[in-house]
Design a protein around this ligand. Structure first.
Ligand SMILES: [Zn+2]
Ligand SMILES: [Zn+2]
Length: 393
């Protein structure tokens, strides 16, 4: 087993420059939700060139792909996930160019172990998942059956710290529209129904509600339409809110409280309102304990020291995957710990030599973990047992 792990590591090191180049190109060409055409082409061409069987626009999702190597009739089907979408205006501020880099590097490392004569076999699936930042690409892939034959799924994510047992949050994204009545704001204000007042009251009510929320709950929103002109009483306003908590059940609890704020604001101002869910619900990550422990030990052997923290870190559609197949989503550190995801400062550090190096270390740890799964049937059995009985980290 140690030999196979060493082989995976050596292979990743051999392709350091090529993997880095792909990552740099994705970083230089940030693309948004479901429009990651350049990244899709780069990654699929790369994997095809390295001997993978590539399916572009997988299951009809234009910028999704699947690349496979091996044979599932001979062993487990192990999936490594790539993301590659960026954020509006601030580019690769979540470092998904690095997630793609880790995915292709791990792909090469694992493929090398599958090629060793007499080694345990199986199928390696590299899943290219678009639109993590709001579009729920993985949810679409789940709905289309992409994860049906997969035994375990893994990915890594850059962050300000190394965290293997991190908590993530379920998230519901809502748009609320208040409908009022336009009127001349100076001549006949009493004829109007002010939809901006409803939005402001909502904002303030939710800000007060925050005092009574659990420390792990998050509600954050913006006004996306606040009216058209100061001399017209706003007849329509729009707000977007994200509601997050540790579990789906808690998000529902929070939803009822937020709905009460919308209703109260509408009632007080005389507006009507409508609420829609803008994107699919992201589940919290149901991380598998055995896979997490294996990753922790393999990364530890590569010199990674993990931070102990209970602070929840955002949300991801990998959460949905983790309820379909046993999964992990460890965070690995880039930068000095002061740069945080979704900032311009983070964008600046997602294309540095240090970030590429740490990404490849994470890819090595993933490859080593896959070797553990492929070479020891008892490990996979334990992972599946935990998953079936709902045991999580
Ligand atoms: Zn993000
Ligand atoms: Zn991200």
């Amino acid at each position: 087993m140690a030999e196979l792990k060493a082989r995976a590591i050596a292979e990743i090191e051999k392709y350091t420059d090529e993997c880095k180049k792909i990552s740099e190109e994705i970083w230089n060409n940030p693309e948004l939700d479901f429009n990651e055409h350049k990244a899709h082409t780069l990654l699929t061409n790369f994997l095809e060139g390295k001997g993978f069987h590539v399916e572009r626009s997988y299951l009809g999702i234009q910028t999704a792909f699947r690349a496979t190597f091996g044979d599932e009739s001979t062993g487990p089907n192990v999936c490594v996930i790539c993301e590659y979408d960026a954020l509006p205006e601030i580019g690769h501020a979540c470092g998904h160019n690095l997630i793609a880099e880790a995915g292709i590097a791990a792909a090469l490392g694992i493929k090398a172990t599958l090629e060793v004569y007499g080694a345990p076999k199986g199928l390696l699936t590299i899943m290219g998942t678009p639109a993590e930042e709001g579009g729920g690409g993985k949810i679409k892939l789940i709905e289309k059956g992409a994860f049906e034959k997969i035994d375990v799924a893994m990915m890594v994510h850059p962050s300000p710290a190394n965290i293997v047992k991190s908590k993530t949050l379920s998230v519901m994204r809502l748009e609320v529209i208040f409908h009022g009545k336009a009127a001349h704001a100076a001549a006949f204000p009493w004829e109007g129904v002010n939809a901006l007042d409803a939005a402001v009251m909502t904002y303030n009510s939710i800000s007060m509600l925050r005092q009574q929320m659990k420390p792990t709950w998050r509600v954050h929103g913006i006004i996306t339409n606040g009216g058209t002109k100061p001399n017209i009483i706003p007849e329509l306003t729009k707000m977007e809110y994200y509601l997050r908590a540790l579990t789906k059940g808690e998000v529902k609890e929070l939803y009822d409280k937020v709905m009460a704020c919308y209703e109260a604001a509408a009632k007080a101002t005389g507006c009507t309102f409508e609420v829609t869910e803008t994107t699919p619900f992201y589940e919290d990550v149901n991380a598998n304990p055995t896979l997490s422990n294996l990753y922790e030990s393999n990364a530890g052997n590569l010199g990674i020291v993990f931070a102990k923290t209970d602070v929840p870190r955002g949300s991801t559609d990998m959460g949905n995957v983790s309820y379909v197949v046993p999964s992990i989503h460890p965070m690995y550190k880039i930068g000095d710990g002061t740069q945080t995801n979704h900032t311009r400062e983070f964008t600046a550090i997602t294309n540095t030599p240090e970030a590429h190096q740490n990404t490849l270390t994470a890819a090595k740890a993933i490859s080593m973990t896959v070797v553990d799964v492929l070479t020891n049937p008892a490990v996979l059995e334990q992972i599946k047992k935990e998953f079936a009985s709902g045991i999580r980290i």
